[in-house]
Ligand binder design. Sequence first.
Ligand code: XIL
Length: 299
Amino acid sequence: ESTLGAAAAQSGRYFGVAIAAGKLGDSTYTTIANREFNSVTAENEMKIDATEPQRGRFDFTAADRIYNWAVQNGKQVRGHTLAWHSQQPSWMQNLSGSALRQAMIDHINGVMAHYKGKIAQWDVVNEAFADGNSGARRDSNLQRTGNDWIEVAFRTARAADPSAKLCYNDYNVENWNAAKTQAMYAMVRDFKQRGVPIDCVGFQSHFNSGNPYNSNFRTTLQNFAALGVDVAVTELDIQGAPASTYASVVNDCLAVSRCLGITVWGVRDSDSWRSEQTPLLFNNDGSKKAAYTAVLNAL
Ligand code: XIL
C-alpha cells in the first residue's frame, strides 16, 4: 500500500491525524491529510471551551468544519473530549459541586446529541490521573465533585449515544511500570467488574525525554485489552521522530488484536503543539520524513 490509511486498513485498523480547523485552507496541509489518513480527531475544536462557550449555548461551527471535511473525504472521526480539567470555558472553571456535576452531564448530552450516531470513538474523560508516583486522581474541579465523576460521565455518554465507543484517554500511561498506568488499569478493571460502560482506552503516546518510549508498551496494550476493552494510540508524537521508535509503536499496536488504530497529533512538524521537538511524520514543506517510511513499512 502507498498511504498510511490504506496500509492500516489491511489489518482492519485506521491511521488517523489531529486536524486544526484553521488549517483547512492550507492546500499542502489538506492534500497530505486527505491522502494519508482515514481517521480524524479535532485538535481543539470539540473541546469544552469550543463547543459550549457559554453555559447552555452550544457552538459547533469549528467542530463541524472538521467533521464535515472528514466525512466528505471518507474518514471516520474520533471525538475529543467531553470531560476534562483543561480547556474549560471560564463559566465552567467557576463552577463547583453539584452545579458543576450537572454542567458536565449537560455538556456530554449536548455535544453527543449533536453528533449522535456519527462518531466512532469518544474520549469521554481525558487525563483524570495525577502525574508522579501517587497513583491518585488528579486534583481538579471535576474531581472535587466526587470520585464517581468519571463513571457518571461514562453512564451519561452511553445513554446519549449508544453507537459510539466510549474511551478513557490519558498521557504518560504507556509504560506498564508507571504508577499512573497501574492506577488507570485498576480503574478500568473496576469499571468492567461493576458494569460501568467503557469500551476503550486511549494512550496519548506523547513520547519525549520526560516520557520515553519503553518496549513494555506492548505489554501495557495487551494487559488493558485483556480486561475486555479496545485500545488505541490517540495522540502519537515522538521527540526527534526516530524512525525505529515510530516503527516500534506501530508493531506494538499490530501485535494486539484489540488495538483499533493509531492517530498522530498533527501533520507536519510545524503543525505540532511541540514543533520544537520535530516529532511528526512530515517536514514543514510537506515532504515525508524517514519516520514516515518506517511507519508505512511496519503497517
Ligand atoms: C493540545 C493541542 O494540540 C494544542 O493546540 C492546545 O493548545 C492544547 O491542547 N493532551 C490532549 C490534547 O488530550 O487535547 C492536547 O492538545 C495535547 C495533550
